[in-house]
Design a protein around this ligand. Structure first.
Ligand code: FAD
Length: 415
């Protein structure tokens, strides 16, 4: 019977960073996944380490945008009609969390994690030899109308009070930064402190390689085999059963599959999202990710090509892909940037693991000795992966945590 101090279930960016941080503190760690590191949701994101994030994505505040979504004309959001009754309670909670005063509360609660996001990745990337994947050119948000730009006023005000660097730009200022864009927008904000990743898969793989170099062990195994084998937790792996006194659930959108049988029911939903790579035409290029805020998609320059990532789709996690949002946004994307041929025959589909209050769950699982939770990072799992790794390792080893973990506790749902 193999034994270790801690089993981390899930080798996405979150689980890998947790495992690496624990190992750096001398803990014996086994990282278990049914696939290879970084090939889940962490594979396909827009690669933005958004330490600048203030307000989370919110429920539409105008009837006009809601109607556009309802009529299935919005590129930023889509839904499968038959799924609405099932997701309705979560959507109501999301709407409640999107009230202006709640958004400010969320911004304050999440600030300590976001504030460390870039620095914690820089530290891990430096020791993992992955600095070459980090691009320190910020993140450009574009606004096609005066109204959509004006709607950011509150966020820019709060950014000032938090000391988050940004440069509002007119069209010419933005085109000077990204000359391949067409002038089809009116305003821009350059979030200069954001860092982007040229290959999110390679970043997670580099952290996993660093974990292995420090003596961490990785196993193939199905997290759903987790059970109590007193006095330990046990997981079945391809190399046989593995025991540990502590287990971290870092399974992203799959976490409920194994928490439900243990009686832990936390209200996680998924916001599905798609990406597809395109070759730029001629010498066209981007040196930073660009958000078309009015259409809710990103153009992210990656090693594989220009990665277009979509907004959200409400559908069952495992339902077949329905990438209609890509079709809806392509005219706007082609108008904004000279996109050539697609790189792949099909789009990629991922599922952002989301709680309605846009905070992850980090810390002890309620009512289960030695069980820890680190999932639900929504739109910011890449961003917060490294900071989460540090916070979890500090909590689990009894060190002083770099921030108060209370806002992220599972107890907020069980009280
Ligand atoms: C289109 C899109 C764009 C995004 N853009 C950004 C961005 O720019 N910036 C940002 O910060 N975030 C972004 N995100 C969000 C981010 O990608 C996620 O929050 C993050 O990847 C979640 O990481 P994770 O480690 O929690 O989950 P995952 O990466 O999904 O890892 C979970 C792991 O668990 C494993 N697993 C699942 N079930 C089992 C089982 N039964 N047994 C064993 N292993 C199992 C999986 O194989 C997987 O490796 C985006 C997401 C999408 C979909």
């Amino acid at each position: 019977m193999a034994h270790t101090d801690v089993i981390v279930l899930g080798a996405g960016i979150v689980g890998t960073a947790v495992a690496l941080h624990l190992r750096k503190r001398g803990v014996a760690v086994a990282l278990v996944d049914r696939g290879a590191a970084g090939e889940g949701t962490s594979y396909g994101n827009a690669g933005i380490i958004e330490g600048n994030t203030i307000f989370p994505a919110a429920f539409p505040s105008s009837w006009k945008s809601l109607l556009r979504i309802a009529l299935k004309r919005a590129p930023e959001a889509n839904y499968q009609l038959t799924f609405l009754p099932q997701i309705a309670p979560w959507l109501l909670a999301f709407r409640a969390a999107s009230r202006p005063e709640q958004l400010v509360e969320t911004a304050r609660a999440m600030r300590p994690l976001f504030a460390r996001a870039v620095a914690e990745h820089e530290a891990l990337a430096a020791e993992a030899g992955a600095d070459k994947y980090l691009r320190r050119t910020g993140w450009l948000k574009l606004y096609r109308s005066d109204a959509s730009f004006a709607a950011q006023a509150r966020e820019l005000e709060l950014a000032k009070s938090f000391g988050i660097a940004n440069v509002p730009l007119d069209r010419d200022g933005a085109l000077a930064l990204e000359p391949s864009l067409s002038p089809s927008f009116r305003h821009a904000v350059d979030w200069t402190g954001a860092v982007s990743v040229t290959n999110p898969l390679a970043l997670t793989q580099a952290y996993a390689a660093r974990f292995a170099a420090l003596g961490g062990l990785s196993f193939d195994g199905d997290a759903r085999s987790l059970h109590r084998a007193e006095p330990h937790w046990r997981v079945e792996t391809a190399a046989g059963p593995l025991d540990a006194s502590d287990v971290v659930i870092a399974l992203g959108p799959w976490a409920p599959d194994m928490l439900r049988p243990l009686g832990i029911k936390l209200p996680l939903a998924v916001k599905r999202g798609y990406h597809r790579h395109f070759r730029p035409k001629g010498n066209a290029a981007l040196s930073r990710p660009v958000l078309d805020a009015d259409n809710g998609y990103c153009l992210a320059p990656m090693e594989q090509g220009i990665r277009i990532t979509t907004g959200v789709e409400f559908a069952p996690r495992d339902a077949p892909p329905t990438p209609v949002q890509l079709d809806r946004l392509m005219p706007a994307a082609r108008d904004l940037f000279p996109l050539g041929e697609p790189v792949e025959a099909q789009s990629w589909l991922g599922a952002r693991p989301c709680f309605a209050d846009s905070r992850p769950v980090l810390g002890r699982a309620p009512g289960q000795r030695g069980l820890w939770l680190a999932y639900g990072h929504a739109h910011w799992g890449l961003t917060l992966g490294a900071a989460t790794g540090r916070l979890m390792a500090e909590l689990m080893t009894g060190s002083e945590p770099f921030c108060d973990p209370k806002p992220y506790g599972a107890e907020r749902f069980t009280k």
